[in-house]
Design a protein around this ligand. Structure first.
Ligand SMILES: [Zn+2]
Length: 156
């Protein structure tokens, strides 16, 4: 247990700590960020860690890399209660609870194969959040409703 505890609190110099991820989502998030482990970043992943807020949670620490706004939105879609800590020179420069905007434009493909957004490349997908817990979003064009699992599969 001691080893585990040290792993969790070990500080990174510059980078991000993504905390309070829904348990079991860490690997999906790394995949979505395009991180395979071959890039050379120092990455610490903790999965199924006990959490007061969530029961269990995952944590990802990435040294030497920051996240773009669209990456942050994608993480919020997979793990809506996640928190993002931005670390510079061992200090937490910014700590934010990820929030999902009411409207999500361009980062998810609609699950309806006949939806116009899947056929007209110049039309960006657009979804409205209809429920946050559990997460449900609705396509503005064809009104298809997608839940958490569906969303995770269709992030583009
Ligand atoms: Zn649609």
């Amino acid at each position: 247990m001691m080893v585990n505890r040290e792993l969790r609190v070990q500080k990174i110099r510059d980078g991000v700590v993504i905390d309070h991820l829904r348990a079991g989502t860490a690997l999906k998030i790394l995949e979505m960020l395009g991180i395979t482990g071959k890039e050379g970043y120092i990455i610490t992943i903790a999965m199924n860690v006990p959490s007061q807020k969530l029961g269990t949670k995952d944590i990802i620490k990435i040294e030497g890399r920051y996240l773009s706004p669209s990456e942050v939105s994608k993480i919020a879609l997979i793990a809506p209660r996640a928190t993002l800590n931005i670390i510079k020179d061992y200090q937490v420069m910014k700590k934010e609870r990820l929030t999902l905007p009411d409207e999500i434009v361009g980062i998810i493909r609609c699950s309806n194969p006949t939806c116009i957004t899947n056929h007209e490349p110049q039309i960006q997908s657009k979804f409205r959040v209809v429920s946050r817990e559990p997460l449900k979003i609705k396509c503005e064009y064809c009104e298809t409703v997608m839940g958490q699992e569906e969303i995770a599969k269709r992030l583009s």
